[in-house]
Design a protein around this ligand. Structure first.
Ligand code: HEC
Length: 125
């Protein structure tokens, strides 16, 4: 299994460490702090499902008590503020079809941790 950083460099950096798009940038706290409030589990789901993680699917996940990932924090990101509303990654599995779920979890943790500051506890897992 590749570690989170290797996957990031190989598959995510082209959007998440580039100044020319709407993807939250590596280590940019302002772009990550409100996303992190939803929990790492949500962000993992948002990466795996991509833009399909719409409201309906979130509700389904909540109703089902989602066995795979803890999703009880989902509602915290369902806001009416379009600028602060998680829509899922622009591409399913972050564009890495061959990545296993464990690898997706590792890279999302890497990205979340990179946005943490000294006085922020992002160790939500
Ligand atoms: C083609 C560009 C692109 C690539 C490649 C990409 N992303 Fe993203 N990602 C985006 C964009 C754009 C957003 C912001 C979507 C939004 O909030 O509207 C995003 C958002 C996210 C989010 C936050 C989701 C949310 O709901 O707020 C996570 C987590 C994420 N990406 C993980 C990854 C991972 C992990 C990889 C690599 C395996 C990856 N992305 C590769 C474009 C990309």
């Amino acid at each position: 299994m590749l570690d989170g950083r290797d996957i990031f460099v190989k598959h995510c950096m082209s959007c998440h460490l580039a100044d020319n798009n709407s993807a939250p940038q590596l280590a940019n706290q302002a772009q990550w702090s409100w996303r992190v409030k939803a929990g790492v589990d949500f962000l993992v789901n948002a990466t795996i499902m991509g833009p399909e993680i719409n409201d309906e699917l979130r509700q389904e996940a909540l109703d089902a008590g989602n066995e795979r990932y803890r999703v009880d924090a989902l509602q915290t990101v369902v806001t009416t503020d379009d600028d602060q509303r998680s829509r899922g990654c622009a591409v399913k599995r972050g564009g890495c079809d061959e990545c296993t779920d464990a690898e997706i979890i590792a890279v999302v943790k890497y990205m979340v941790q990179a946005a943490a500051s000294d006085n922020t506890n992002y160790s939500l897992w």
